[in-house]
Write a protein that binds this ligand. Structure first.
Ligand code: ZN
Ligand code: MG
Length: 453
């Protein structure tokens, strides 16, 4: 195809990819300022601007692209992320930007590899400012501040808007203002939580005297009629997604991080209205991070009790590797879409270590015995409040006998079949979960450990 046949947009994409590959920061910035929707466009073999900048070691371009919301999870046709590419070509400082490894930490806590790749839902977009949760006056002033951002949840589903650009169709959180929600704040059934303050982009303005504080964010959950609630927003194409398990995965990384925090805390309020110790009513405190019993004789008011604080449920999720090192164990539940296989997983029990939970769950679900267990990375999963603890584990037995109450089938998959599935080749033998899940990332991690990509 000659350049004459390229559409205007394709030509812009070509220019962006070329500028990113050359490390031309000015041109990358100006092209994206003109057409922000170019950010995640791909060229030859599915390479994005981020991948090209990572390939050629252009740190400032990578930094810029990340700040503009470039999707670092996307993969090229060789199934490589920008992180994989930077790591492969030895650009450690860029791989560090794309993971969460921080140089100082690497010095103090050296590890053989780089830090884990960041998982979806784990971005700390806002500064939680936990110290401000007890500052009632400050919180009250912020509630009616015209700059304050409100996220509105109806039955734990956040109000989102769908971008017009159908080809990308990214989902974004609707940001409401005080005026649009102030009547809801008066209703007794409304739950309001403080989620944090925006981080200042340029560190210099933090020190300026009298500089205004960045906006803070609150989240509201209400059981008001969803259709009526949608009328409050100035955006078009607003909705409350019906299947959070699937729909929340369409948010950008920044907003996914906010939702992980807000939805989990709101879900806790939704399920724990009464005091678990004495059954009395409770009062919401500390910006929504505590519920205190209204019965002054209650034991929960004396000392520290975990019943008063939002809960997090630890889940181990593990990729079990065959003793031959060349196969991995994946299973499927009856509710999975046809052909989908994933890592085994299960809740950690009281008084149990992560390693023992891995061994117990794998043996219960598949009959396979596990020896060494290695932690890889973790992921908050706000459905409603799990912390997925991702591990690799090495099997010491190979016979499979599934617990049919939990899973339908478990199988050893050869490495090449797993690679074909990640590649989404012509007809993979099975499918793996989407890239936003830690199961997907664990599988990639194992493949990446022993291959040259
Ligand atoms: Zn009580
Ligand atoms: Mg289980």
């Amino acid at each position: 195809m000659t350049s004459l046949q390229l559409s205007a947009k394709e030509e812009m994409v070509e220019r962006l990819l070329d500028a990113a590959a050359r490390g031309d920061l000015n041109q990358v910035s100006s092209l994206l300022a003109q057409v922000p929707s170019l950010t995640n466009q791909t060229g030859y073999s599915g390479w994005t601007a981020l991948m090209l900048a990572a390939r050629n070691g252009h740190h400032h371009v990578v930094e810029k692209l990340l700040s503009l919301g470039c999707d670092k999870f996307s993969v090229n046709s060789s199934s490589q992320t920008a992180y994989d590419i930077a790591k492969f070509w030895g650009h450690r400082h860029i791989a560090g930007l794309l993971s969460r490894a921080d140089a100082e930490c690497q010095r103090i806590l050296p590890s053989n590899g780089l830090g884990p790749q960041e998982n979806y839902f784990s971005r700390e977009t806002l500064d939680r400012l936990s110290g401000k949760r007890t500052d009632k006056l400050w919180l009250e002033a912020k509630r009616s501040d015209p700059d304050t951002v409100y996220l509105l949840f109806a039955n734990l589903s956040p109000m989102v808007t769908q971008e017009d650009d159908a080809e990308k169709g990214e989902t974004k959180l609707c940001r409401l203002r005080y005026e649009e929600v102030k009547d809801l704040l008066q209703k007794p059934s409304t739950v309001l939580i403080f989620i944090g303050m925006e981080r200042t982009k340029s560190p210099s303005c933090q020190t300026e005297d009298g500089a205004p504080e960045p906006p803070v964010w609150f989240a509201i959950n209400t059981d008001e009629d969803a259709a009526e609630l949608l009328k409050r927003c100035r955006e078009t194409n607003c909705s409350f997604p019906k299947t959070p398990n699937r729909d929340l995965l369409k948010l950008g990384e920044e907003e996914a991080g906010v939702v992980a925090q807000a939805r989990s805390v709101l879900a806790w309020h939704n399920r724990y209205s009464f005091c678990p110790t004495c059954g009395s009513g409770t009062r919401l405190e500390e910006g929504g991070y505590k519920r205190s019993c209204l019965n002054s004789d209650c034991r929960s008011l004396k000392g520290v009790h975990n019943t008063c604080y939002p809960r997090v449920d630890p889940v181990v999720i593990m990729l079990v590797i065959h003793p031959d090192g060349n196969q991995c164990l994946l299973g499927r539940k009856k509710i999975f879409p046809a052909g989908l296989f994933s890592c085994l997983a299960g809740f950690v029990e009281p008084g149990e270590t992560i390693e023992d939970a891995v061994r117990r769950e794998v043996e219960e679900e598949s009959g396979v015995k596990v020896g060494p267990v290695q932690y890889v990375s973790c992921q908050p999963w706000p459905m409603p409040s799990n912390l997925m603890i991702g591990c690799l584990a090495v099997a010491v037995s190979t016979d499979i006998k599934v617990d049919e109450n939990e899973i339908e089938e478990a199988r050893w998959f050869p490495r090449q079949q797993v690679i074909d599935s990640l590649f989404r080749g012509a007809s993979p033998a099975f499918t793996v979960p989407p890239r936003q899940t830690i199961a997907h990332q664990l599988i990639r991690h194992w493949i990446g450990m022993n291959s040259n990509l």
